[in-house]
Design a protein around this ligand. Structure first.
Ligand SMILES: *[C@@H]1O[C@H](CO)[C@@H](O)[C@H](O)[C@H]1NC(C)=O
Ligand SMILES: *[C@@H]1O[C@H](CO)[C@@H](O)[C@H](O)[C@H]1NC(C)=O
Ligand SMILES: *[C@@H]1O[C@H](CO)[C@@H](O)[C@H](O)[C@H]1NC(C)=O
Ligand SMILES: *[C@@H]1O[C@H](CO)[C@@H](O)[C@H](O)[C@H]1NC(C)=O
Ligand SMILES: *[C@@H]1O[C@H](CO)[C@@H](O)[C@H](O)[C@H]1NC(C)=O
Ligand SMILES: *[C@@H]1O[C@H](CO)[C@@H](O)[C@H](O)[C@H]1NC(C)=O
Length: 327
């Protein structure tokens, strides 16, 4: 990339380019955004956002624009949101959220709205949630989660409900999970995970179970993984990773395996990578990255490769990127 960044976002566009936005750079928080072209393997700078931001979210809308929301910068936490138009390469500001927040989640719903949930602001962590309507460019408050959550995960299930898991509450780390129903605008508690975790990942398997990996329970960092079964609303433990890690990424590959890369643990920053086999429920170590990274992004490209971009290696913020190609 032309700029080193971590705590940025990456969005794969309909035109197959990958849009990387904001984050923290070596010289401060970033307005800049850039595009990766998988056919040439090169990056080009595109429009600047109006606000520098890190720990924000990026959501792809049905019409191909990308909505970034919230985050933090040197001027404080942000309620602002902006839209990137891939046809013009420009950003325009859109409606502000009701709350300035970072460390939240954003999920594109099947009805086209974007659900933002939880996070942290200047008055503490939130259970509040709000919906962005792309037709009006405005936000409205929706039902609140039963728990305050930051650094949790949110995952849209096949039936349209959104599953949120774990995270940091005001009093500690959570094992609880809840479901947002877009038809009613309300949350219901579902089965709890076996282990409390934040800084973990959630990804889908081909059979619609949701795989949660690693993270930290506060007192210890985790190698454990568990599966949510949407038919029974229950969690079961599955094979543990070889390496304890949090602030890593997990990507579901075209062959159905889940690739986990990087992150950190008490021993340092990680370049290791491992694959989850959904048929056996076990993990195997695969090729390591060239560079240790956490708070990086991992994007699936149209050809099935995974693009790891930026992050932090323990001594510096990274401008490097690398590709994992499935065999
Ligand atoms: C990327 O970072 C490395 C190490 O800090 C630096 O030597 C190199 O010039 C940077 N590349 C660009 C394109 O900024
Ligand atoms: C983005 O902002 C930087 C710094 O202000 C400026 O140098 C650059 O030209 C801007 N880029 C675009 C595409 O507007
Ligand atoms: C949105 O928030 C930003 C800063 O947080 C502020 O500059 C802007 O005026 C707000 N826009 C609206 C429409 O309230
Ligand atoms: C998508 O919709 C938003 C909201 O109506 C609009 O601002 C944006 O320009 C649209 N994007 C494209 C690519 O048409
Ligand atoms: C989706 O499935 C979950 C789990 O069974 C269920 O609790 C939820 O109500 C369903 N959502 C919708 C929108 O039907
Ligand atoms: C999906 O596959 C996993 C791993 O084989 C299994 O444990 C889980 O029960 C399956 N989920 C569903 C919904 O069948």
């Amino acid at each position: 990339m032309s700029v080193a960044r971590h705590l940025h976002t990456a969005s794969t566009l309909a035109n197959a380019l990958v849009l990387v936005a904001g984050g923290e750079g070596s010289g401060g928080y970033l307005y800049s955004t850039e595009l990766y072209n998988p056919s040439t393997g090169t990056w080009i700078t595109t429009g600047n956002m109006s606000f520098a931001r890190y720990q924000h979210t990026a959501s792809t809308l049905a019409n191909g624009s990308v909505l970034v929301a919230g985050g933090s910068s040197s001027s404080g936490n942000l309620d602002s949101a902006e839209l990137y138009n891939p046809s013009t390469g420009t950003w325009t500001t859109t409606g502000n959220m009701s709350f300035a927040r970072y460390g939240h989640t954003a999920s594109t719903l099947t009805n086209g709205l974007v659900l933002v949930a939880g996070g942290e602001g200047s008055s503490g962590r939130f259970n509040s949630a709000e919906l962005y309507n792309p037709s009006t460019g405005t936000w409205t408050t929706t039902g609140s989660m039963s728990a305050v959550r930051c650094l949790h995960t949110a995952f849209t299930l096949a039936n349209g409900s959104v599953l949120v898991t774990g995270g940091l509450s005001s009093s500690g780390v959570l094992n609880s999970a809840e479901l947002y129903n877009p038809l009613t605008g309300t949350w219901t508690t579902t089965g709890s995970m076996n282990v409390a975790r934040y800084g973990h990942t959630a990804s889908t398997l081909a059979n619609r179970s949701v795989l949660v990996t690693g993270g930290s329970s506060g007192s210890s960092d985790l190698d454990s993984a568990e599966l949510y079964n949407p038919s029974s609303d229950t969690w079961t433990a599955t094979g543990s990773m070889s390496v304890v890690r949090y602030y890593h990424t997990a990507s579901t590959l075209a062959n159905g395996f889940v690739l986990v890369i990087g992150g950190e643990n008490s021993g340092g920053h990680l370049n290791s990578a491992e694959l989850y086999n959904p048929s056996s429920g076990t993990w195997t170590i695969t090729r390591s990255m060239n560079v240790a990274r956490d708070d990086h992004t991992a994007s699936i490209l149209a050809n099935g490769a995974v693009l790891a971009a930026g992050g932090y290696d323990g001594s510096g913020i990274l401008n490097s990127t690398e590709l994992y190609e499935s065999i």
